[in-house]
Design a protein around this ligand. Structure first.
Ligand code: CS2
Ligand code: MG
Length: 408
């Protein structure tokens, strides 16, 4: 069996999805997602210029060897751009594998460990009353877990994932107002003084059952993160996410020494080598790598297996920057993984998105039910895709009030 061709598409409704379609002489096609939010054209170029020409003629069933060929053959291996490109190819080859076998991917991994996978939604508010209304709306819709992000009194601009005005939710992930990013101003002291109390008020309002998650988004030093994690211990968070930049994996020891608040890290990582110490030393409770820029199913499944040995559960990244293709790949891993935790889920199901990526996956009562169709269980409508193209856009950048560059 041979790969006969591959196409790369950039664009989508409100997102620069990077979609890979691999064709074979068996008449079976596979789909992959190479969307790297904020830098979408780069994995697309890596695929088009270097990887697709080499794919032609390869046997699509040899997904492991093809992964090794591109990873080791790159020489300058790893990094989000390369791993997103490898990841898309890997997802597409697994999709083909499932279609050839007539089986949904979860069956190829070892079968289902659960029917429904717990998901969490993104509640946000310009201030605490606005956030409370947002949480109430998701609880009303049946969500059992909600991430909460709040405007901080006195903060010079809106903070991460927070609307400027009450009632908005906006697309805080990629701002398509051009390639020059907007600037967000951050002040840690105001955040540290306000947020623990806000989280306690949310717990008091919604009771002990609701799973409450909060994303610090890399903004604190290890010591500040330890103090914050300690302060919110009584809230009983489901997880505190990215409390401090985790390139310095050892920094997480300080948090562990001061708090039992569960820690989730990993969405900015792209290989096992960036998180193996966090997992082996049990410095985190959830690993968040995304199948897309985590190098695809083959590589991320290795990380899930390592995590299972160390009581670390999965909590795959699932921001709007992920297309329904990688969300489907993660949904199959979520159905199978013995150490599944939770899946981030921003409502992808707009009519335009469903028209571009038809699938039979289901979301109800805060649980995601993966399709039983062979392969990934998601399709891609090239006719729909023709109306979309790349739109320059970028995340904001963040500065402190004195102008110092900070972490977005
Ligand atoms: C966030 C992401 O979903 C999350 O946990 O950290 O939405 C992140 O802000 C974006 O992926 C950045 O592109
Ligand atoms: Mg995050």
């Amino acid at each position: 069996m041979k790969i006969t061709g591959a196409k790369v598409f950039v664009g989508g409704p409100g997102k620069n999805y990077v979609t890979l379609k691999i064709m074979t002489d068996a008449g079976v096609c596979g789909l992959g997602d190479a969307t790297l939010n904020n830098r979408e054209t780069l994995p697309a170029a890596y695929l088009q210029d270097y990887l697709v020409p080499n794919l032609i003629g390869m046997d699509p069933r040899r997904s492991e060897d093809i992964w090794q060929y591109f990873y080791r053959g790159a020489y300058f291996r790893r990094g989000p751009i390369a791993m997103a490109a490898f990841g898309a190819i890997d997802m597409a080859l697994w999709d083909i594998k499932g279609k050839l076998a007539g089986m949904p991917l979860y069956d190829l991994f070892g079968g289902k460990s659960r029917d429904g996978a717990l998901v969490y939604a993104h509640a946000t508010g310009a201030d605490l009353p606005d956030l409370m209304d947002s949480v109430a709306r998701y609880v009303e819709q049946g969500y059992k877990a909600v991430r909460v992000q709040c405007g901080i009194p006195g903060m010079p601009t809106a903070s991460y994932a927070v609307p400027e005005e009450a009632g908005g939710d906006g697309d805080y992930i990629t701002d398509f107002s051009g390639i020059r990013p907007k600037t967000e101003i951050w002040d840690t002291d105001r955040y540290m003084r306000f947020m623990p109390g806000a989280l306690a008020e949310i717990r008091a309002r919604f009771g002990p059952e609701l799973k409450i998650l909060h994303d610090v988004h890399h903004r604190l030093s290890p010591r500040e993160a330890a103090a914050f994690a300690k302060a919110v211990e009584p809230v009983g968070l489901y997880w505190l996410e990215d409390p401090t930049p985790a390139e310095d994996q050892d920094a997480l020891r300080l948090i562990r020494q001061h708090s039992t608040t569960p820690i989730a890290i990993g969405e900015v990582f792209n290989s096992i080598w960036e998180c193996n110490k966090l997992i082996e030393n049990e410095l985190i409770d959830f690993i968040r790598l995304a199948v897309t820029y985590g190098g695809g199913i083959t590589h991320v499944k290795r990380i899930v297996d390592l995590a299972a040995l160390h009581h670390v559960r999965t909590g795959f990244h699932g921001a709007p920057s992920h297309s329904p293709i990688s969300m489907a790949a993660q949904a199959h891993l979520n159905a199978w993984a013995p150490n599944f935790g939770i899946q981030e889920y921003l409502v992808l199901g707009t009519p335009a998105c469903d028209a571009l990526f038809p699938s039979a996956h289901e979301m109800r009562d805060g649980m995601f039910y993966v399709s039983d169709a062979p392969g990934l269980g998601v399709d891609f409508d090239e006719g729909e895709a023709a109306q979309y193209s790349y739109k320059p856009g970028s995340h904001p950048i963040v500065r402190l009030e004195d102008g110092t560059m900070w972490n977005y």
